[in-house]
Write a protein that binds this ligand. Structure first.
Ligand code: AMP
Ligand code: GLY
Length: 442
C-alpha cells in the first residue's frame, strides 16, 4: 500500500524556535510552543521580565526591528522555526527577510501584512472578495474627506489608513465629531498613518475575535475569543490594547464558525492568492455580529493580545507542529488540532495612567500559589528585570493572569483569586471581564 501523503512524521524536526516580540502574546506563544516534547529551546527576542521563568524559554537581547541581528541569531542558534508575534515587524517585512535567508517563518510577508497595515488595501480586498463589511470611502486630502461628509450627511467612523497602535479609529456620534476627527488626522495626529483616511458606515453589535492559521492554501480555525477593549467596567472609558479576554465565546455555534470560514476566511485567502500572496500566518478577523449577520470590522495579520493569552492554554501540546506546518505551507501534514474543552479566562493587570501615560519602574510582588487542579498561567507583558535582579513594571499592560475551568465562573474565580496575590503600585484591572458568560459579576 502507498504511504499516506499527509503525516506529521513528514515534517522536519523542531528543536529550536525563536519567537519575535516582547508582549504577553509572545510570552504565551513561547509557553505553548515549549510544551511540545521535541522542542528543546524557545528563544524570545527581545522578550520581557517573565521570559526566563518559563520552562525552556530564553531571552535574546535583540530588538524586533533589528532584522540583521535576528537573522544572525537564527543562523548561529540553528533555529528551526521563527514565529513573528506582532504587526510592526510583519508590516516592515521581517518575515520576507528571514525567508530570504532560508529560514522557516510563521507570519506573513510585508505584502500580506497589508491586511492590517493598510485599512484601505484591506477594505478593497474585502470588497473584491465580497466579504460582508461596513461600506467605506477613502480620502487622501482633508478637502476630499470633508466633501464626502457633506455628501453622505451622517456621522461616520474615521480610521487612519496605517498602523496607529490601535489608536487610529474614532467612532463619531455626530457630523461635527466626524469633521473634527478628520481635521485632527490631517493635522498629523497619527503621523504618516493618517495621511490617507477611511470613512466608514457605523455598524452595531457584539464584537468577537476569530483566528485562523493559514498555510497559504488552507486554514485551521481556533476557538473564537472575546476581547474587552475599553479601560473601564461596563465597556466604558477609552479604548486600550485589551483589558482581558475569554475563549471560546458562546456567541458563535460550530455552524456559525463554519459559515464564517466559508464566507469570510476562505474568500480572503483565495483573494490573497489571486494577488500572488502566499500568506503563512494568522488571519485575525475582528467581527461585529450585526442583526444582518457577521461583518468584518478589521483584519489583523497576527494573534490578538490578550486573546492569545486566553487561547494558548487551550491548545494541544503539539501546537508547535501546527505552526511549523503552516510555516512550511503544508497544514495537511500537521497533527489534528485537538483543542481543550475547558473555558479559559484572562485578566490584564495594567499600570496606573494606562493607556495615556502609564507609570513605569514599580516593584512587582507575585505570591501565586499553583495547584494541580486549578492551573494558572502568568504571562508577562510590560515587565523587566532590573540590574539588581528585581521585577519591575515597564509598560502599560503589565501582566496577564489566565486560568481554565469546566465553566466560565470557575475559570474567572480562579483568575480573580490569583490576581489578588499580585501587587504593584497603582495596579488596575477590570472586575467584569467575561461578564457576557459569567453568572455573577461582583
Ligand atoms: P479597530 O482599531 O479597527 O479595531 O477599531 C477599534 C474599535 O472601533 C473596534 O473594536 C470597534 O469597536 C470600533 N469600530 C471600528 N469600525 C467600526 C464600524 N464600522 N462601526 C462601528 N464601530 C466600529
Ligand atoms: N486585542 C486586540 C488586538 O490585539 O488588536
Amino acid at each position: 500500500m502507498e504511504k499516506a501523503a499527509s503525516s506529521i512524521s513528514e515534517l522536519p524536526q523542531l528543536k529550536k524556535v525563536l519567537v519575535v516580540g516582547s508582549g504577553g502574546r509572545e510570552n504565551a506563544l513561547a509557553w505553548a510552543i515549549s510544551k511540545f516534547q521535541e522542542v528543546e529551546k524557545v528563544y524570545v527576542a527581545p522578550g520581557n521580565g517573565g521570559t526566563k521563568d518559563q520552562l525552556g524559554c530564553h531571552r535574546l537581547d535583540i530588538q524586533e526591528s533589528n532584522n540583521e541581528e535576528i537573522i544572525q541569531a537564527c543562523k548561529s542558534l540553528e533555529i528551526d522555526l521563527v514565529v513573528v508575534g506582532g504587526e510592526k515587524p510583519l508590516a516592515s517585512g521581517l518575515a520576507d527577510k528571514l525567508r530570504g535567508a532560508g529560514l522557516v517563518v510563521f507570519g506573513p510577508g510585508k505584502e500580506g501584512a497589508q491586511l492590517e497595515s493598510s485599512k484601505n488595501w484591506s477594505k478593497n480586498l474585502m470588497n473584491e472578495a465580497k466579504i460582508p463589511t461596513a461600506q467605506h470611502w477613502s480620502a487622501s486630502t482633508e478637502h476630499e474627506a470633508q466633501d464626502l461628509v457633506s455628501e453622505i450627511d451622517r456621522p461616520l467612523v474615521v480610521k487612519a489608513d496605517g498602523l496607529a497602535s490601535g489608536k487610529g479609529v474614532t467612532v463619531c456620534n455626530s457630523i461635527k465629531e466626524t469633521r473634527a476627527a478628520i481635521k485632527e488626522s490631517f493635522e498629523g495626529k497619527f503621523g504618516e498613518a493618517g495621511a490617507t483616511l477611511i470613512l466608514e458606515e457605523c455598524i452595531q453589535g457584539p464584537e468577537v475575535s476569530i483566528f485562523a492559521i493559514s498555510d497559504g492554501e488552507t486554514l485551521e480555525i481556533l476557538p473564537p475569543a472575546q476581547d474587552h477593549k475599553r479601560l473601564l467596567e461596563g465597556d466604558k472609558g477609552p479604548n486600550t490594547g485589551g483589558m482581558g479576554a475569554y475563549a471560546p465565546t458562546t456567541m458563535l455555534s460550530k455552524k456559525d464558525l463554519e459559515k464564517i470560514k466559508e464566507e469570510i476566511l476562505l474568500p480572503t485567502l483565495y483573494t490573497l492568492r489571486k494577488r500572488n500572496i502566499n500568506y503563512r500566518g494568522v488571519i485575525y478577523a475582528g467581527l461585529m455580529l450585526t442583526k444582518d449577520g457577521p461583518q468584518v470590522i478589521e483584519f489583523n495579520c497576527r494573534f490578538g493580545d490578550p486573546e492569545c493569552q486566553a487561547l494558548m492554554p487551550l491548545m494541544p501540546s503539539d501546537f508547535a507542529k501546527v505552526l511549523q506546518a503552516a510555516a512550511l505551507g503544508c497544514l495537511k501534514n500537521a497533527p489534528k488540532l485537538k483543542t481543550s474543552p475547558l473555558k479559559s479566562a484572562c485578566i490584564v493587570a495594567t499600570a496606573s495612567g494606562y493607556p495615556e501615560n502609564p507609570r513605569k519602574g514599580d516593584l512587582i510582588s507575585i505570591k501565586l500559589k499553583q495547584s494541580q487542579e486549578n492551573p494558572i498561567q502568568l504571562f508577562h507583558s510590560g515587565t523587566k528585570i532590573s540590574k539588581e535582579g528585581t521585577l519591575l513594571t515597564s509598560g502599560g499592560r503589565v501582566l496577564s493572569i489566565v486560568s481554565q475551568g469546566d465553566s466560565y465562573n470557575e475559570a474567572f474565580d480562579i483568575a480573580y483569586k490569583a490576581i489578588n496575590q499580585i501587587n504593584f503600585h497603582g495596579i488596575n484591572y477590570r472586575q467584569d471581564i467575561g461578564y457576557q458568560v459569567r453568572s455573577k459579576v461582583h
